[in-house]
Design a binder for this molecule. Structure first.
Ligand code: CA
Length: 324
């Protein structure tokens, strides 16, 4: 074989070896917020399977530790607004009348029935047209179990859908004598999520913790800094020293509507100048607020506002929109 053909083979191998996951970072992505949570109780395996079938690019996991140090996929440090904990373990509430994930072992958590989100004071479900409260048979699960589900579905369907885990309340965990971040990073490494090419985006609201993940713990993962407060908007330059993207509230991208046309804040342009992707939350077809249709919301933010992705409870609608 002459040197030119060796070179050509080399070139071919090079191109065919590019992981297809990197493509996701260059196009707009749909993140299934707590799974397909517009249709099934949030963070259940059923909601995650449905999101996978709907071809979301990423499926989100919120992570809180159990008493025996197992990361549980659940939105809050509390159990009483998505499970029947108050009737199964009435004596286990704290002084503030709330039930904490961290006070229960994994085996105990597995006995709880998960339901559509409701207000524990009134008993009313939050989104009234969603899956009926207290119906069906849904359970809590661990982060490992969910990764096995998504990686299993990726294998059986030939898709390559990513994960988008969130470290919840690191300082609360620290006060309880626990270190959620190290436990999560170890699981990610064990399952092959190590670099920005591994189809995993790690998110956190706590800037000091996310900075520590990059600088002290030397993570090479794609990191997204979530933004809650207006003050945090002034810290983009600092975020860019360790993060690859930001996750703002969508209203922080929007300005006012003038003559039927939405104006935008400088957030997206400022972030892009610093090389940061922008993934705002949360796009809900049944909670439109200032928009008249979900289509208008998708077009306004994803196209006119030029954000790079969205967290949505309705991944099928966002995928359909971007396909068009
Ligand atoms: Ca989250």
């Amino acid at each position: 074989m002459n040197s030119i053909s060796v070179f050509l083979i080399y070139l071919l191998l090079f191109f065919f070896h590019q992981p297809k996951t990197t493509v996701n970072m260059n196009t707009k992505i749909v993140i299934a917020h707590r799974g397909a949570s517009g249709y099934l109780p949030e963070h259940t395996m059923e909601a995650k399977s449905m999101a996978h079938a709907m071809n979301a690019d990423y499926i989100e996991q919120d992570l809180v530790l159990s008493k025996d140090d197992i990361p549980i996929v659940i939105h809050d440090i509390y159990l009483d607004d998505v499970t029947d904990v108050a009737t199964k373990f009435p004596e286990r509430k704290r002084k503030d009348n709330r039930f904490y994930v961290i006070d229960f072992t994994f085996d105990e958590l597995k006995t709880l029935q998960v339901t559509e989100r409701f207000n524990p004071k009134t008993g009313k479900q939050v989104y009234k047209n969603r899956f009926p409260k207290a119906k069906g048979n849904f359970k809590l699960h661990s982060f490992q179990e969910e990764i096995e589900l998504i990686q299993g579905l990726n294998k059986s369907t030939g898709k390559n859908i990513g994960i988008y885990p969130e470290i919840k309340e690191p300082s609360f965990h620290k006060n309880e004598g626990k270190n959620l971040t190290e436990i999560v990073l170890k699981i990610l490494t064990d399952f092959g999520y190590k670099t920005k090419n591994d189809n995993c985006i790690l998110q956190c609201f706590d800037a000091k913790e996310l900075e520590r993940i990059r600088k002290k713990l030397q993570s090479e993962l794609f990191l997204v800094q979530l933004i809650e407060s207006e003050e945090a908007l002034q810290q983009l330059k600092y975020f860019a020293t360790y993060a690859d993207g930001i996750g703002p509230w969508y209203k922080q991208v929007l300005d006012t509507k003038i003559d039927d046309t939405w104006q935008f804040t400088s957030l997206v342009a400022d972030a892009h100048k610093l090389g940061l992707k922008v993934h705002p939350f949360t796009f809900r077809a049944d909670s439109l607020d200032e928009f008249s249709t979900f289509e208008e919301m998708l077009k306004t933010l994803l196209i006119d506002g030029n954000v790079d992705g969205c967290f949505t409870d309705f991944p099928d609608l966002a995928v359909d929109f971007l396909d068009k």
